[in-house]
Design a protein around this ligand. Structure first.
Ligand code: GTP
Ligand code: MG
Length: 599
């Protein structure tokens, strides 16, 4: 398919391949699980059902991704180690951790009812993830020792806190009481004061859970005589071990040694420099727009299995939109989102300190939250369809240094939407008319937009532009109004301050931008006093561009905005310079007022 002139924005994507011979570990952790566990009344200090749910999700991850050969987890975290020779997604860090966290989240939400049949999921959980690259098997060994030590320390500490609180101390007093105590003292405290023999607590809470794959014989089918046909299959199983970083545990598992390497030495403590490297996370450039783009994993298959309408399934797209709306509501620093097909781009404001701009946290938490909502909302959009398998998304973050390039990014995605939709509409019409898929493909090879429009006319689609906007131009999500919260919407721009409301528009983008020496948007709009419906989209705009910009819905031409709005503004303000930029679907008018006449 044709490339658009905006393709250059792809060059801003950075390489994040984890090079050989580093071993790849992806660690996920619950986002604000303290609150999640309180709201869902998890048993304190350890809810074994919640731990079993985590384990079950981790088993699903190992079964889904053959390259993951080992996992270790406790509390709300899990680490997944990929085999040393993996080429999974070209070893790209953002792909790997976003997919794993997305799949894990999908599993968590889906399995919730199985583990907590009497508890509603009050709000959708989400997880963060990061990649830890281990330069050698020895470093992986240190990593596992670090995590299992942490499991032990945390569990002993929370057990003590829980007992102290149960016996009358406040949480704060309990924390004070334990300050500076060592493992031995906590052990004695539990035993002497509360009659708890720590060693007798369930292994799952003391040691965490390890998962590895073993070969098992499985019946795959029955032959004509009814005899079972068996095959060796690798199955993920949970085990508990006191020392997963020990030579004894590790080296006795042939598959682990083969896929990751053997442990050569026994280690007692972890080098502080190693811990620093395990904790390191790269930050995205300051003062740049961050776009987090997520994309459905293998949605070609997902849409087939779930019988999405071709080429566009309105319900599926609306489900995507509802997830994007939830993302904007959840993360205030995301100011705009644009979605098409199985992808969504989220724009994080330039000065955002969201997760201190740590790329992996930002991407994975958005992907995970989106996935969570997708699973939770599925029934609302497809009441008659079961989710046949777990959906997942991958994600990446890209920095754009200027609003011009950011707009080109959006234009790139929207042009792509247009090109794909026109192609797909033709393709499925050809298939409907009796051509095979490969015949339809060959037929369309090298055709231009005009030829495709002609072709559509033959199928009765006389006006391509009459197809729903959402199909042709994608969807945008943004805060409709910004200011003080108020319940009611208002009919005039003075009421612009009135409320925050989120809405989806399927509008074409054109950005109309003026530069002023200085001005305040709210006071400016207050003076104009144009009825709100006349300008249906005064949104995030100036935030995005720094200057005063308006995102116009389709049908609202830049020329119209110019005439009605600008003439009023002109009277009220001293305008140094005006630059008008219109970003349309495929017609770009770079700058200058004269070009407005073309609109
Ligand atoms: P990866 O993203 O690389 O994992 O592959 P993918 O299979 O998800 O393909 P890609 O993201 O390039 O394209 C999305 C695919 O999702 C489309 O090719 C369609 O097959 C499918 N899809 C998305 N939206 C719809 C829809 O509304 N209806 C139908 N029928 N299919 C859709
Ligand atoms: Mg996809």
């Amino acid at each position: 398919m044709a490339n658009s002139k905006y393709e250059y924005v792809k060059s801003f994507e950075v390489q994040d391949e984890v090079m050989f011979p580093n071993l790849i570990v992806a660690r996920i952790g619950g986002r604000d699980f303290r609150r999640f566990s309180e709201v869902h009344e998890f048993v304190k200090p350890n809810d074994e059902v919640a731990l079993n749910l985590m384990n079950s999700c981790a088993v699903s991850v190992l079964e889904e991704f053959p390259d993951i050969v080992f996992a270790y987890g406790y509390s709300d975290e899990y680490s997944f180690a990929l085999k040393k020779t993996t080429r999974f997604y070209q070893r790209r860090a953002s792909k790997i951790h976003s997919l794993i966290v997305s799949f894990f989240t999908s599993a968590y939400v889906t399995k919730w009812k199985e583990f907590f049949p009497h508890k509603e999921l009050i709000y959708p959980p989400s997880f963060c993830a990061r990649i830890i690259s281990c330069a050698s098997i020895g470093v992986l060994q240190a990593y596992l020792l670090w995590r299992q030590n942490d499991c032990h320390i945390n569990n002993q500490h929370s057990t003590c806190i829980h007992e102290l609180v149960k016996h009358g101390k406040t949480e704060r007093e309990a924390q004070e009481f334990l300050k500076g105590t060592r493992k031995r003292e906590k052990h004695d405290l539990l035993f002497e004061q509360f009659g708890i023999n720590y060693e007798k607590l369930p292994v799952i809470v003391r040691q965490g859970s390890a998962i590895l794959k073993t070969k098992v014989e499985d019946v795959v089918k029955y032959d004509n005589n009814g005899a079972p046909v068996k095959r060796l299959r690798r199955k993920a199983g949970i085990i508990h071990s006191k020392n997963i970083a020990g030579k004894n545990f590790w080296n006795e598992h042939v598959d682990l040694v083969k896929e990751l390497g053997s442990f050569v030495d026994a280690i007692g403590k972890v080098e502080p420099d190693y811990i620093r490297s395990f904790q390191f996370e790269a930050q995205l450039l300051p003062s740049t727009w961050i776009v987090i783009r997520i994309d459905g994993c293998h949605f070609h298959r997902f849409s087939e299995v779930h019988e999405f309408v071709k080429p566009n399934d309105e319900q599926a797209l609306k489900l995507m939109n509802s997830c994007a709306m939830a993302v904007l509501k959840e993360f205030q620093d995301i100011v705009f989102a644009y979605g098409v097909s199985d992808e969504y781009s989220f724009i994080v404001k330039k000065d955002s300190q969201f997760y201190q701009r740590r790329a992996s946290d930002m991407v994975t938490v958005v992907v995970s939250f989106f996935t969570s909502i997708y699973v939770v909302h599925w029934k609302e959009f497809f009441p008659q369809k079961e989710l046949k398998y777990l959906p997942s998304f991958d994600g990446r973050a890209v920095c754009y240094p200027s609003s011009e390039i950011l707009r080109d990014y959006l234009a790139w995605r929207q042009v792509d939407c247009h090109i794909n939709n026109q192609y797909n509409t033709c393709f499925w019409e050809l298939v409907k008319s009796g051509k095979s898929k490969s015949e339809a493909q060959n037929y369309l090879k090298g055709t231009q937009a005009a030829e495709k429009n002609e072709l559509l006319k033959q199928f009765g689609i006389t006006d391509y532009n009459a197809l729903p906007l959402m199909f042709r131009q994608g969807s945008s999500v943004f805060w409709d109004k910004i200011g003080r919260t108020h319940e009611e919407s208002s009919q005039n721009i003075g009421g612009y301050y009135a409320h925050r409301l989120l809405r989806v528009s399927y509008a074409n983008y054109h950005f109309v931008q003026w530069k002023f020496e200085s001005f305040q948007v709210p006071s400016l709009l207050g003076q104009i006093g144009i009825p709100m419906p006349a300008i249906p989209m005064l949104v995030f705009i100036w935030k995005i561009c720094g200057n005063f910009s308006i995102l116009c819905q389709e049908g609202v031409s830049g020329f119209w905005v110019y005439n009605t709005l600008f003439s009023v503004i002109r009277k009220a303000y001293c305008i140094q310079e005006n630059v008008v930029r219109i970003r349309g679907l495929d017609s770009i008018v770079p700058t200058g007022r004269s070009s407005l006449s073309k609109l």
